[in-house]
Design a protein around this ligand. Sequence first.
Ligand SMILES: Cc1cc2nc3c(=O)[nH]c(=O)nc-3n(C[C@H](O)[C@H](O)[C@H](O)COP(=O)(O)OP(=O)(O)OC[C@H]3O[C@@H](n4cnc5c(N)ncnc54)[C@H](O)[C@@H]3O)c2cc1C
Length: 385
Amino acid sequence: MDFSFTPEQIAFREQVLKFAEKELAPLAGPSDRSGEWSWDAWRKLADFGILGLHFPEQYGGAAADVVTTCMAGEALGEGGADAGLMLAYGAHSFLCGDTILKHGTDGQKQKFLPGLATGRLVGAMGLTEPGAGSDAASIRTRAVRDGEHWVLNGTKTFITNGPIADVVVVYAVTNPDHGAMGISGFIVEKGTPGFSAGTPFHKICVRASQTSELVFEDARVPAANLLGQEGYGFVMALGTVEWDRSALLAPGVGGARRALRECTRYSTERSQFGRPINRFQAIGHKLADIRIYVEAARLLVYRVAWKKDQGQPLNHMEAAIAKLYIGEQGVLSASDAVQIFGGYGLMEEYPVSRFFRECKLATIGGGTSEIQKMIISKTLFANEG
Ligand SMILES: Cc1cc2nc3c(=O)[nH]c(=O)nc-3n(C[C@H](O)[C@H](O)[C@H](O)COP(=O)(O)OP(=O)(O)OC[C@H]3O[C@@H](n4cnc5c(N)ncnc54)[C@H](O)[C@@H]3O)c2cc1C
């Protein structure tokens, strides 16, 4: 087993890190404080070629493999320190873009992917509803065929990029008698009659990303916008889990690396009782715990990514362990980071305070920690573990 990255991957990582430190980091604090979307940061990310990195070249991408894509995400998270922007990128490129890439017709791919790769179009994915979160198969948004259209009715909630999206992959029930296999995917375009986005929610974390409801009131979606096979939507949604447990988690791991760097520097510079605080064992142990977290989290993310590159089927146990560990242990590491900074750690201008808030999302979004434990324990009994 080879744990090393190629020299090209390492050089690319350095390039992304420098870009993120120079171009994205200065914008992160202001967008977090205002809660406003930064088109400036989005443009920079797009112009750097990140949004369609893993798309084939014919659709404006660079055909990067999953490990390289994760390395870019990790470097963006470390250098840019903007978890909100990273969430927007994840929803756009993977939950929306990759689903179209994997399941779209040639026509759909030609129509949407080049615009998503350049950032001219913003993508989103709508699965969650007010009454259906963890139990995603119980969604109620209904799609009924009417001639050359599907008519959608229902409400999605917590949708990342909802207020700014041009293209949304939406999941709706096409056959209520078939349970999860009665759900289908649709590409819904901004401007579709009967389709609207709610006002952005005020969040305590990932504030730079815009999150809202999506409302469908007799929204008429062209039949040509059915995505994949009818009844195959839930399988398609589950298919994004591999990206969710690799490329979407990678920026958070990068964020932890940055927090460690800042804690190491601060604990060297800050003195109490006549010596740098890193000389106190209690502080040294916290630094060690954060370092261990970074190491383990990276291994978990890159294992999922590497297996995807090898074409190996998703191992549900490994994916759930990655999500659970990175989320729960990330919260503990962020708490340690704030503790090392003392009172300053609670001040907004210190990025560790933001890291502390941002970390909580990974225990909820894209599948809660409780659901990951449920998957892990069920898999144990299915003898897969
Ligand atoms: C900032 C943000 C961005 C998001 N972006 C998107 C997006 O772009 N697209 C999208 O579709 N969704 C998105 N989501 C939704 C997200 O995936 C859901 O919030 C998540 O799946 C949990 O659903 P819920 O919030 O309805 O919680 P619930 O499912 O109502 O859970 C509430 C609590 O009950 C627990 N629970 C539920 N079922 C069980 C069980 N069987 N056993 C044990 N405990 C259980 C949960 O773990 C949790 O602690 C986003 C959410 C947030 C906060």
